[in-house]
Design a protein. Structure first.
Length: 234
């Protein structure tokens, strides 16, 4: 659900007296030196699984436990995603691995005409790239544009409930044409921490904002704010 700043403030005001509002604490990270010989990224294989806990960044609530499993390798890498919060099963598609064609991280599934990197082919810290394509939403024929700026950050030690992992930080800044035509602009920040030995990201954070104009002027709204943290992998 998307909230305007006013709606968000009213929702907070409606909380019972004495009810503490606690935004999700920042992910615990510390800078780490790059490994002398970085481990090769584990390639996808049938049956690989990652279990994540999904949090609401606004109030720290646990939203779901999600299990992602590789169920196909050709012609695309397909990850089946199951959640205890919904009976529906979704599929994330990559071609090749790390270049996503069907992304489940939005509140509506996006299918891209050309793949966008979850992690780029060049994993050198400081590397950056810009990608532009169009996407569609299931059940609709209209296509919308999307622009993604990707930057490979530093190596960091990240600490979660499962323990500490050495990860490479990757930041995306995204502008999209939204299917809600009243939006003047929609912006998103998507940060993930890639761990080579598990073959995927161990933590991921998404948040964003949008701007709408109406007869009373323009206002800013907030996109969903979520974090996924790895619980186990196989």
């Amino acid at each position: 659900m998307n909230l305007t700043r006013r709606q968000f403030a009213l929702a907070l005001a409606a909380l019972p007296a004495g009810c503490a509002f606690q935004p999700l604490t920042p992910l615990r990270t510390t800078p780490a030196p790059a490994p002398a010989m970085p481990a090769a990224l584990r390639p996808p294989a049938l049956g690989q699984r990652w279990t994540y806990r999904k949090y609401n960044g606004f109030n720290s609530a646990v939203l779901a436990t999600e299990i992602d499993e590789v169920i196909a390798l050709e012609p695309r890498v397909v990850i089946r995603s199951r959640s205890d919060a919904t009976p529906s099963v979704q599929e994330e598609h990559h071609q090749p691995w790390g270049q996503v064609l069907r992304d489940l991280s939005w509140d509506y599934v996006q299918t891209y005409e050309q793949a966008l990197p979850l992690w780029p082919r060049d994993l050198t810290p400081g590397a950056s790239s810009v990608h532009r394509t169009h996407y569609r939403i299931d059940g609709f024929s209209y296509r919308y544009w999307v622009t993604q700026h990707t930057t490979v950050g530093r190596w960091e030690n990240i600490t979660m409930a499962m323990g500490s992992l050495l990860a490479l930080r990757i930041d995306h800044f995204i502008r999209i044409e939204h299917h809600d035509f009243s939006r003047l602009e929609t912006l998103r920040r998507d940060t993930l921490w890639l761990v080579p030995e598990i073959g995927r990201w161990a933590a991921r954070e998404v948040s964003g904002e949008y701007f709408v104009a109406d007869t009373n002027g323009s206002f800013r709204g907030l996109e969903a704010n979520h974090r996924w943290e790895l619980m186990e992998w196989a």
